[in-house]
Ligand binder design. Structure first.
Ligand SMILES: C[S@@+](CC[C@H](N)C(=O)[O-])C[C@H]1O[C@@H](n2cnc3c(N)ncnc32)[C@H](O)[C@@H]1O
Length: 419
């Protein structure tokens, strides 16, 4: 039996025992999955073959595995390797986009809903990559600041999407142009726009960007996009997720831009939709696990914590949000999970509750579940949550409100198509 027939399709997805090669360059596995899910695009073929070669070399250390053998194995297994995923690429696609700082793919769901095909994704967090793979099939490429990663971006695509983390950058004493953002993730975004000249870009960030460094940070970003890169950039606007059909008070700034030659005139921002939704619309239908209910002991700690912070004038605290209202923005880190507590009157017959520290509070006060956070962000229920709760809360807290992104993206597409 030839070498390529001695492996199984499971081998392709197994965690390597010795991950040295993959750790040094895990872009090969990203290439492999991009190759599988993007109609076997030539762009990713070399990386995919390299990945299979590494895999074979690991499995058969005595053999000299040539690239030809690796390619033959890839071709042989190709038809069996592509799995059904909850969010496959739309067929036929109407436009292409790249998903930078992809997280768990909030942008991707919105863009795919509008008919877009994702031709490149990048996200360096391993847990987010795991969630992304479970939902879209692809593992995103890693660190986007690395030139090697940037080399995988296809030359042409229509829209660049990026919910980039905003690092503080100070432009004191500088001109406030492209070069002055060097060392920040915005610089990398700008550089990719400069090199690839997409028709449009769609950037998302926290509302705080508007007044960061007395407004100078945003001014520098806009100056770079307009003057240095030459894009038409309407004045950015802040949107609240609750105006787009999710019960969450989450304000984010959207910055979009169009390549000048498209001559996009009279761009219109989306309008919110009616009616607004409330917590009652998104809470889980079934009784949830006892682990989401707070023990009396923990509740006491929270109450004390809140009192201590409030007496110091700090805003931190949890709130028990009524079913007919909207939630505070879901955020990652710290005590984010406890910000929005809800009453759940279905708390009836928990027995035994031995794994809960302290007695479960009988009022039925509980945290929202990861699925409820997913719904607060507008993720459909078919979205797979494949990581532990702590990671899931972090991922949804970091993500975007999908319906708000989609409404905005629709306007961007109108701009491009009707220009
Ligand atoms: C604000 S979150 C964006 C979330 C995303 N829009 C979503 O829908 O889930 C920013 C993401 O950028 C990722 N990130 C930060 N620096 C990165 C880098 N240098 N390369 C790739 N990803 C990076 C973080 O891990 C994080 O998931």
């Amino acid at each position: 039996m030839s070498l390529e027939h001695k492996i199984s399709k499971e081998d392709f997805y197994q965690k390597p025992r010795r991950t040295r090669v993959v750790e040094e360059n895990d872009n090969t596995k990203a290439s492999f999955t991009h190759f599988l899910y993007q109609e076997h695009s030539d762009r990713y073929k070399k990386g995919a073959v390299d990945y299979v070669q590494e895999l074979l070399a690991r499995k058969f250390p005595q053999e000299n595995v040539s690239l030809e053998v690796a390619e033959s194995a890839l071709q042989y297994y190709l038809p069996q390797l592509q799995k059904d995923v909850p969010f496959p690429e739309p067929q036929p696609a109407k436009f292409t986009f790249i998903d930078l700082f992809a997280g768990i793919g909030g942008f991707r769901i919105a863009m795919q809903n509008l008919g877009g095909a994702c031709v490149f994704s990048s996200e360096w967090d391993k847990y987010s990559q795991k969630t992304y793979e479970a939902n879209f099939g692809e593992i995103p490429f890693g660190d986007i600041t690395q030139e090697e990663t940037k080399q995988y971006i296809p030359k042409q695509f229509d829209i660049l999407c990026a919910g980039f983390p905003c690092q503080a950058f100070s432009i004191a004493g500088k001109r406030g142009g492209f070069e002055d953002t060097r060392g920040t993730l915005f610089f990398d975004v700008a550089e990719i726009i400069k090199r690839h000249q997409p028709k449009a870009f769609f950037l998302e960030n926290v509302k705080g960007l508007t007044n960061h460094d007395k407004g100078r940070t945003l001014a520098t970003i806009l100056h770079t996009l307009r003057e240095d890169l030459g894009y038409d950039v309407p004045e950015p606007q802040v949107f609240n997720a609750k105006d787009f059909g999710v019960p969450q008070n989450r304000e984010r700034i959207f910055i979009v831009g169009f390549r000048k030659d498209l001559n996009v005139q009279g761009f219109e921002y989306p309008r919110g939709c009616e009616p607004q939704r409330c917590i009652a619309d998104i809470i889980e239908e079934q009784e949830v696990s006892v682990k989401y209910y707070l023990s009396n002991q923990y509740l006491d700690t929270l109450i004390k914590h809140k009192a201590r912070h409030e007496s110091k004038g700090n805003g931190f605290g949890y709130e028990i949000v009524p079913h007919e209202s909207v939630a505070n923005a879901v955020v990652c880190g710290g005590m984010g999970r406890e910000r929005n507590l809800i009453y759940d009157h279905r708390l009836t017959n928990f027995s035994p509750v031995t794994h809960i520290k302290g007695e479960v509070n009988r009022q039925g006060i509980r945290k929202m579940t990861p699925r409820e956070w997913a719904r607060l962000q507008g993720f459909p229920d078919k979205f797979q949550i494949v990581v532990a709760d702590a990671q899931a809360y972090r991922q949804f807290g970091n993500s975007v409100a999908v319906p708000a992104i989609q409404a905005m993206a629709e306007q961007v597409l109108r701009g491009i198509w009707y220009a």
